[in-house]
Design a protein around this ligand. Sequence first.
Ligand SMILES: O[C@H]1[C@H](O)[C@@H](O)[C@H](O)[C@@H](O)[C@H]1O
Length: 638
Amino acid sequence: MSDPYNHEGKRLEETYQNEIDDDSIQEYSHHPHNTNNNNLAMFEEDEDVQIHEPSNHGSKFLSRLKFNRKHSSFDDDDVVELIAEQHHRKSTIDNGFQYATDPKKSLESDRIMIKPINDEDDTSIMITFNQKISPFIIILTFVASISGFMFGYDTGYISSALLSINKDLDNKILTYGEKEYITAATSLGALITSIGAGTAADVFGRKPCLMFSNVMFVVGAILQISSHTFWQMCAGRLIMGFGVGIGSLISPLFISEIAPKMIRGRLTVINSLCLTGGQLIAYGCGAGFNYVNNGWRILVGLSLIPTVIQFTCFLFLPDTPRYYVMKGNLDKAAAVLRRSYTDAPDELIDQKVEELMELNSSIEGKNTPEKIWNTIKALHTIPSNFRALIIGCGLQAIQQFTGWNSLMYFSGTIFETVGFSNSSAVSIIVSGTNFIFTLVAFFCIDKIGRRVILLIGLPGMTVSLVMCSIAFHFIGITFTGNDATVANGGFSSWGIVIIVFIIVFAAFYALGIGTVPWQQSELFPQNVRGMGTSYATATNWAGSLVISSTFLTMLQNITPTGTFAFFAGLCFVSTWFCYFCYPELSGLELEEVQSLLKDGFNIKASKALAKKRKQQAAQREHTDPILKYEPTQEVIEL
Ligand SMILES: O[C@H]1[C@H](O)[C@@H](O)[C@H](O)[C@@H](O)[C@H]1O
């Protein structure tokens, strides 16, 4: 057994070497399926020791052992106990792990089977049942991702609309303050609904909430299209924001609940791709309608198309199996699973429903308010939940407070100021970069890892912002009231520096902090996930609100140089936050995330574990490709 990870720095390998002359251990160590790199030991001082033979779909050997730690350090007795347990095929239930062993199996096969402890676990029945992804899951993912598209389109079109509104509202040119209100109204609306959306999704269902968001989109858009006053426009943007807040939280949640584990991360990024794609399309359309009289009304009107499509599709599509199980609607859950896993035999579907019922552990409480209160308590008082909360909210805050959205929302205004006549075209390049690098993130997020792309992205953003800050200094722009005065008038080489580095900034942003925070659901265990992701999403919208409502004022009061330097400073500090607090979570099982966060952020341990998981996945792919398309024997026999 080589290279098992030991939390306290002591290598399990050495312990095994000491014991190797014991017959049973020899047998265990040299078992044909017990190949190198397949074992993991995690040590918690005076707590549990877990020795994992990580679930390995690719091989016939699937076991996991966990036993209580009796000694302050891992020693020979523990090894002996582990081996004994494996050999005697004891059935134990220990801290939520259920080990089902089959006495009929021959000793040679040496299998110990377990039941999953949550539906993110690799041992989960349908998840282990590997098959090609069904068209039904793809359809559900894309229909849910329309919410991502709406999020992007509705936050994206405002930049162009602000340029072309002219005197269409109250018959006067909008002040910077009024522009900020119109922009910020959507973030405010989104903030309000995101706070309760997680709970509403559990009470009313994911699908009804998304359909309700469609109604908000329609009402908001109609109010804007027909508005001739500043306040009606703000009201329309606020109501549209209600829809955006609900969609931004529930769409990734919906996708994560229907997606098979092995592609869950990527399917969630599809929502981000639709989001950044929506922003890009909004900029493209914005450029087209810039010079059309009342073109901004058409821009808003176009947003009705996707929302009507989503609403109509959902009339014919179901909710997630997990939601149906939560409500005791087992037949519906089974029907959705049957359509999602077309090759799965009925017994597997039934087992999956049973599994979801077992996992349907919710927080105790006699009524909804009591349950909500207990969930809030669990989120704050259980250390691993609280750390997850710090990471989830921290990343969303960083995403917003490093200033990207101010560029998104006001890029038209900025580029116009530095001398670009077709500022919308430049904005398209910026949002196009955002979209393309979200696509890059789609390919990197599991392979290179979330932590690595964050730690590449944030320093890159810092440097880009410093360069912009310097360039703004040389251009010498000052904002007063409604006017921007440029000392070194017109289009200059410093203007080019600004554009180039805003594009570089966009690339580094989209690669890391633009995408990773939306993987937030993996941080939380099932029973606090709705609430935890609500907190994180609300942090996102609070940040967006603060930034979008203060950016132009900041430009006026502390100059563009000061503003960009301020964001650069925040990026720099954020890099260190991620360095110290964000563990590598790619490829880890949910339970592993929880145990990692139990006594600290455990960055080192997470890196070693993620590396090991990657090696195992590569090994599995290399050695047992056939099993990728078949249900594993162990699972069928469970
Ligand atoms: O992840 C998204 C994306 O990066 C968008 O471009 C941005 O406007 C959003 O605020 C953010 O949440």
